[in-house]
Design a binder for this molecule. Structure first.
Ligand SMILES: C[S@@+](CC[C@H](N)C(=O)[O-])C[C@H]1O[C@@H](n2cnc3c(N)ncnc32)[C@H](O)[C@@H]1O
Length: 141
């Protein structure tokens, strides 16, 4: 059963390709979000990083003051260095930053991995992940 949370969550779906500005530059609504999550997203786009930087700079630059950005990805320097550099360039402030070993939760549905589980056994699958919690600078009063 889902726990009740003391705030309202609203969702908005929007299809876009970060490398094609005409699929996102007319959209403004998502920029009002309180939190942006980039979960295994930067590593996916690293191969097209020059083409996707304009999108990240646009989102981080346009996010409202106080908005949070949660980054979780493979703890490899090539991804974290890219993301940390981008974040610093647009003036995001670090709230917390750490790396940890992540394992799949025991209650995660993993039938699709059955052959790997047979081969490797449970619970050998783990990944080293980097986590960043950042915040768009608040406006000084
Ligand atoms: C590794 S998945 C992570 C998805 C999700 N965050 C999760 O944790 O399940 C990477 C995502 O990046 C999306 N993606 C890849 N290239 C993209 C692009 N050029 N524009 C927008 N999304 C893209 C893929 O469609 C995929 O959903």
């Amino acid at each position: 059963m889902l726990e009740e949370i003391p705030f309202r969550v609203s969702t908005h779906f929007q299809a876009l390709d970060v490398t094609l500005a005409n699929t996102w530059d007319q959209q403004r609504r998502y920029l009002k979000a309180d939190i942006f999550t980039l979960i295994y997203f930067a590593s996916e786009l690293w191969g097209v990083k020059d083409a996707s930087e304009v999108f990240f700079k646009h989102v981080f630059g346009s996010a409202k003051p106080g908005a949070h950005i949660l980054y979780i990805d493979n703890d490899s320097d090539i991804f974290t260095h890219w993301f940390d550099t981008l974040a610093a360039e647009v003036g995001l402030e670090e709230v917390q930053s750490w790396s940890e070993d992540a394992r799949m939760p025991s209650d995660e549905q993993k039938d699709v991995l059955a052959s790997y589980l047979t081969h490797l056994g449970w619970p050998k699958m783990k990944a080293r992940v980097a986590v960043r919690v950042l915040q768009k600078r608040q406006i000084d009063t």
